[in-house]
Design a protein. Structure first.
Length: 116
């Protein structure tokens, strides 16, 4: 089982980034997919969730209207489009595959830094 995030980097305030998470080794379409983020000394924060067939999408209040989660069940990918980025969005971003039966998987994370 693998979840591999990519697409992080350094961006100026107001800029955009698109994070990707490539999944393998499990039946991707059976899992709800989530993006979390974490900064040093803080708990991991749930940013966005997408249901198995993209019917439901939920966002943290702090990112609503700026971030968009999507998935491709053919390519086994989940994405997080991040627009109008702010310095407070700086964090390590993780994707997670979450099942209803308690079998969950995490990626290794990708750093996003928003700074001028």
């Amino acid at each position: 089982v693998q979840l591999v995030e990519s697409g992080g980097g350094l961006v100026q305030p107001g800029g955009s980034l698109r994070l990707s998470c490539a999944a393998s080794g499990f039946t991707f379409s059976r899992y709800e997919m989530r993006w979390y983020r974490q900064t040093p000394g803080k708990e991991r924060e749930l940013v966005a969730t997408i249901s198995t067939y993209s019917v439901r999408k939920n966002y943290a209040d702090s990112v609503k209207g700026r971030f968009t989660i999507s998935r491709d069940n053919v390519e086994n990918m989940v994405y997080l489009q991040m627009n109008s980025l702010k310095p407070e969005d700086t964090a390590v971003y993780y994707c997670k595959a979450a099942s209803s039966w308690g079998e969950d998987y995490w990626g290794q994370g990708t750093q996003v830094t928003v700074s001028s």
